[in-house]
Design a protein around this ligand. Sequence first.
Ligand code: ARG
Length: 568
Amino acid sequence: MQEKIKKLLREAIKKAFSREVKDIKIEYPVEEIYGDYASSIAMHLAKDLAKNPHEIAETIIKNLKETKFLKKIEIAGPGFINFYLSEKTLNDEIKTILKEKDDYGSGKIGKNKNIIIDFSQPNIAKPLGVHHLLSTVIGQSLYNIYQFLGYECIGINHIGDWGTQFGKLTYAYKKWGDYIIIEKDPINELLKLYIRFHEKAEKDPSLEEEARKEFKKLENGDKENLCLWKWFCDISMKEIQKTYDYLGNIHFDYIQGESFYNDKMEKILEKGKKEKVFKKGEKGSWIVKFENDKYPPFLVQKSDGTTLYSTRDLAAVNYREKTWNPDKILYVVDVAQSLHFKQLFKTNEMLNLTDAELVHVVFGRMQFKEKKMSTRKGNIILLDEVLKEAVKKAEKIILEKNPDISGKNKIAHKVGVGAVKYIILSQNRTTNITFDWEKMLSLEGNSAPYLQYSYARAKSILRKSKEKPSNQKISEDKKKTEEKIRSLISLFPKFQEYTLISAEEYKPNILANYMYELAQSFNSFYNSVSVLRARDVDLKYRLQIVEAFSIILKNGLTLLGVEVLEEM
Ligand code: ARG
């Protein structure tokens, strides 16, 4: 609809004023009385055309071509144009929804386009941190959304499986490690070794040097160190995979960690040096300097010849360009790395590795409302504990609501994990994300359980409608009923629009908040409009509305990676 209105406006403006306007914004009025869509284009044109906006709006309206899908168009205030969809348009949309089902809202805008999504990226030998959880959940949701819109998506887990920390770990293992103990509880035991190394190195800095030597040996292909490294990776990945499985619906097309680029960095280093983008730094290191020192220098090779995180990211850009020729590459990474990505993107421009659009999909810190759950050691939070706690709490809530429900373990898992994902996705990622147990599991507010519950309610109505119809028909307030119905169905066509905006801004919260609005409208409809006891003429239509609602809600939640429940 939005696109349709944009196109109409563009044509009308061209006809009336011979002006080409590329960028027309269509807004959603806050209040229904101002229509389903609104445009302030007349105000924007006023200065340029030296006319008053109201007049411009009138002229635009006169020149609109096909307006049959609209009920009315009005001018409000100084020159806003408000558009009201006709009942027929809304009812046709319901038919489309019922026909397209799981595909409803999907699109072809991404046809022939591909997008790489670099997300999750845990570090080997360390537990998943909260920021990895955020990256996993946000990245997977963006993957789902882009795929739904027709893009070819390439999900890459750029795990941290290379770097000086392996020198430290190797040194620590050789000195204090015990194979059997580590095999039993890999991530925790490796973490212990890592922490022990740091404690000792604080007192004895020569350990850092030893660790550097071990890493250098590793980079030079030393058999023993390679063997240890491989083992650290395997046992860690096995553990990390368990968390992905528990989260559910997490999928990578490739696991290409930093080590994947070991044999791909030399070329970049040569190219950078040859093109003089890489300059000699201190003690034989190599750096990139930026114009006017806009950013601090980007270190790409250390003085001992070893490579860095940055070198591997440059090699990754080059590899991805050569392999997939992507239109975009998204890096779903914590705000702490903003500078790194600015340097990386700028260096890419200087080296001309890819012309894909590179985007740092940045997200803030996770803040805990209750201090209790926040940290154990440094900023590492034991994610598994949070997830299990969420599931436990969800189970309690479900049992209070519906003690006889069958399959309660599965349901509790979907509700608990869904709640964790949703609380992340429903907040604007660019600010800090607040983790609030109560809100997260509330059956009333903007939460996954509330949406799952609304879905289950719709499904229960649909199930009951197949049973014997009720003879008890109800009399109702006609005006109010019509209002409730219109409020609900006028939200339907916005599903795809919000999905699109979510994609464009890389913000799943836009979609999440739409769904909350939709579910609220549904519940308000449900509370005052009788479906099952409606008169026969109305029954079929109202059931169609309920079904259409359930389809949209399911499609939307699926994009967020939250599973729906038939019963709750
Ligand atoms: N493993 C890194 C970390 O935990 C994040 C990697 C992000 N992706 C990338 N291509 N640099 O901090």
